[in-house]
Every structure is written in structure tokens, then in C-alpha cells.
Design a protein around this ligand. Structure first.
Ligand code: SF4
Length: 410
């Protein structure tokens, strides 16, 4: 049967590699060369080229976002940028603006064009319009129900991409200036710092540092603090509805987030598509999604319009039950030692879970840590420090070590 694409965010080259290694069919990323305010996490043209070569070596795809709403001056360098992406051989451009569409068609007529969720396509007529002018795919607005998606599918034939997992946005996917105004990071370029969720107080000009409370209710005020989207349990219905691509949100999230979310959806999609009639949702996939930094989950608009039950009023913090402590860089079969890059401090005696592509996680206690000088040490305290630890079971490069954490907040 037709298997939908699993599309993952790639905020930087490492996240890209992790997403692809853990099972994404394609990744989407932003370039820093066509950005008024270059964001450090984005990709240079050289990095896009390397990323595309790497993805293609795995028979996977790279989509590049050019989904800003440009003013005239932004258009000056746009044709050259799109020509560079064409020469690199990226697999699609993600755009939101008709002017960008026109320029892309002229400069790179062979690059498929995906219409960004920021174009806010909420009905079949607008999707049909994009189809008629030559788009290959539309990323549907997150504000649609399954029934609305089905009607769009029935009336159009271009590819449909749907968000299945990640943060929700209260403003039709980034059409909001809060983050840009307060932090200089633009939601329109995938960099939103989500100030709609911050806890706000009122301050009177002549009384600095006196915070007067603003009460939404007795628990405080988190103006638009939506739960996170999770449609894991609806993979069968979305597949049957003819959705072509399942998209994961979160270019700014960690490599651990990218890998774990991709792994859970990869296994569920494969299991369903390989044997739809005997498919059941395995609890371990949902448990994995509970082991990343997340908010409570909601199904968003999938079944109904959202209500107060889809918002969080108690706290704007993330739930973070596990710490990502190390990334495996290699494994020596003879000594059964793994080379691990530290990502959070860990110590001899720590119980860790080892997560790797295509396998269930395994548990073990860290019995020994050897530093780069070959000395036995009690802990790995430094970020990016390389150490060796004994691991009985063979582990692959890109395996991750995580430890049950105590902190709940990010
Ligand atoms: S601040 Fe909130 S509402 Fe505004 S773009 Fe970001 S997530 Fe959306």
C-alpha cells in the first residue's frame, strides 16, 4: 500500500543527520543566506549542499524553506539564492508567497514547489488554486479537522502534507509578530520563542520591579499556552485519507527530540503500512513520546474545534522526564567499549537507557568511564567531552544515552 512520507525538522546539520538516521524520509530546513536576520541554527549554502549530498546518499530528500513574506528589497538576491539551491539539487522549495512562487518558477522551473503552512490553506478551493498554477504539494493549515482534509483530498490531486506532531501556534502558524518584537526572532522563519506562552504581569512606570498580577484565573495567566499536537494514534485514518506526508514540527528542538519523535512515528507508519488489518497502536511509541521534552498532548483540531481543555493553565514549563546525556560516536566490538560524546553530565553508577534506530531501547548501569587520556574517572562533566564506557550490547553510531531526570522544566 501507499506509504506516506515522514518529514522531520532539521534545525542544524546534526539534527538533520539524526532525523535521517532514525527514519525520516525527508527533512526540511532553512537557509541563513536568505534571511534578513541570520539565525545561527540555520544552514549556509555549503551546509545545504552537504546536507543534500548526505540525504541523497540515503535515498532521502531535503526541502528548503523560503517561506518569508518578502518586501521589494528582499527580492534583489532571491533569484540568485534560488539558482544556487537549484544547482545544489535540493528536492523542493517551501514557499508561502505568490511573488516567490513566480520567481522560483522562472529561475528553477524543475524544482518542485511546496506551499507552506504559512499560506494558511484551509479549504479545497485555495488548494486547487495552487494545484492549477503548478505547485506540487500544499502543507495544510494545522487548524483543519480530518473531515476537512478528506474533502480537500477528494477535490484535489496534488500532494497533501499534514502536521502530526509538535508545538501548536495560536496565530495560524506563525502569522504573529510577538516573538519578532520581543526577542528579534521571527516566527515567520521558524525561530519563534513562543512568548504567547510566557507568564505576564503588569508594571506601573513609577514603581519599577513591582509586578502587579494579571489573573486569567486563580492559577495565573498564560495567554495562549496550547498543549502540543500528537496524532500518533491517527496514523491509519490519515493514511487512508490520502495524506502524502506526515510532518513533525520543531526545528529549534534538540537532536534527542528529533530522533525520538521520528523513531516512534517511523515504527508506527511502517507497522501500519506493512499490515493494516492487524495493526494496533503499540503503547511503547506513546511512551517514547512521553520521554522527550514536551507539554501535555492534544489532538488539536483533528476531531473538533479546540477548547479550554486543549490549553495549559497551570504552567508554561515543559515536562522533561529524561535527560539526554550522551551521543554514541563509535563502538569497538573487541573491547565492547562505546565512544560517547557527553551532552549532559553523567557518572559511574548512573542507570541509562540506550536508544538506537530500529531497536527497542535497552537499559544498563554505567560501570566505568575512561577519559581521553585513558584514565578512569568518576564522571563526564564537560559538554562535548569524549569518553569511553563499556556497553555489552552492540550500539551503532548515533545511539543515544538518556537518564531519568529530576527536572521538569526546560
Ligand atoms: S508567539 Fe505564539 S502565537 Fe505567536 S507565532 Fe509564536 S507560537 Fe504562534
Amino acid at each position: 500500500m501507499f506509504k506516506p512520507e515522514l518529514l522531520a525538522p532539521a534545525g542544524n546539520p546534526e539534527k538533520l543527520r539524526m532525523a535521517l538516521q532514525y527514519g525520516a524520509d525527508a527533512v526540511y530546513l532553512g537557509g541563513k543566506d536568505f534571511s534578513l536576520r541570520a539565525f545561527s541554527g540555520n544552514f549556509s549554502l555549503e551546509e545545504i549542499e552537504a546536507a543534500t549530498l548526505f540525504a541523497h546518499s540515503l535515498q532521502k530528500k531535503v526541502y528548503v524553506t523560503v517561506n518569508i513574506f518578502p518586501h521589494n528589497e528582499d527580492l534583489v538576491h532571491l533569484p540568485k539564492y534560488i539558482a544556487s539551491l537549484r544547482d545544489i539539487g535540493i528536492d523542493a522549495l517551501i514557499i508561502a508567497d505568490l511573488g516567490v512562487f513566480r520567481i522560483a518558477r522562472a529561475v528553477a522551473p524543475d524544482i518542485p514547489l511546496h506551499i507552506s503552512t504559512q499560506a494558511n490553506n484551509t479549504n479545497w478551493a485555495s488548494v486547487l488554486f495552487w494545484q492549477e498554477i503548478g505547485a506540487q504539494r500544499v502543507v495544510l493549515a494545522r487548524e483543519l479537522s480530518l473531515e476537512e482534509m478528506k474533502l480537500i483530498r477528494a477535490k484535489t490531486s496534488l500532494e497533501l502534507e499534514v502536521f502530526v506532531h509538535g508545538a501548536m501556534c495560536i496565530s495560524y502558524s506563525g502569522r504573529c509578530l510577538l516573538s519578532n518584537y520581543l526577542t528579534g526572532r521571527d516566527a515567520n522563519r521558524g525561530e519563534c520563542t513562543q512568548p504567547c506562552r510566557w507568564k505576564y504581569s503588569l508594571m506601573e512606570e513609577t514603581r519599577p520591579n513591582v509586578y502587579l498580577p494579571v489573573h486569567e484565573d486563580e492559577r495565573g495567566t498564560y495567554i495562549f499556552n496550547s498543549k502540543d499536537l500528537c496524532l500518533l494514534e491517527h496514523i491509519p485514518e490519515l493514511t487512508e485519507a490520502g495524506v502524502n506526508s506526515f510532518k513533525i514540527e520543531g526545528r529549534m528542538k534538540s537532536v534527542y527530540y528529533a530522533a525520538v519523535v521520528v523513531k516512534a512515528y517511523r515504527e508506527a507508519i511502517d507497522r501500519y503500512c506493512d499490515d493494516p488489518s492487524n495493526y494496533t497502536l503499540h503503547p511503547k511509541w506513546r511512551e517514547e513520546l512521553n520521554k522527550i521534552s514536551h507539554r501535555e498532548y492534544t489532538q488539536g483540531f483533528y476531531c473538533k474545534k479546540t477548547g479550554p481543555e486543549d490549553q495549559i493553565y497551570g504552567s508554561s514549563s515543559y515536562i522533561q522526564p529524561y535527560d539526554f546525556v550522551g551521543l554514541v560516536k563509535g563502538y569497538d566490538h573487541q573491547t565492547k567499549m562505546a565512544l560517547v560524546e557527553q551532552r549532559n553530565r553523567f557518572m559511574v553508577g548512573d542507570e541509562v537507557e540506550i536508544v538506537q534506530p530500529g531497536k527497542d531501547f535497552s537499559c544498563q548501569r554505567i560501570t566505568e568511564i575512561i577519559n581521553e587520556a585513558g584514565e578512569k574517572v568518576e564522571s563526564a562533566p564537560h559538554p562535548q567531552q569524549l569518553v569511553r564506557i563499556p556497553v555489552d550490547e552492540e550500539v551503532v553510531e548515533f545511539a543515544m544515552l538518556r537518564r531519568k531526570g529530576v527536572a521538569d522544566a526546560e
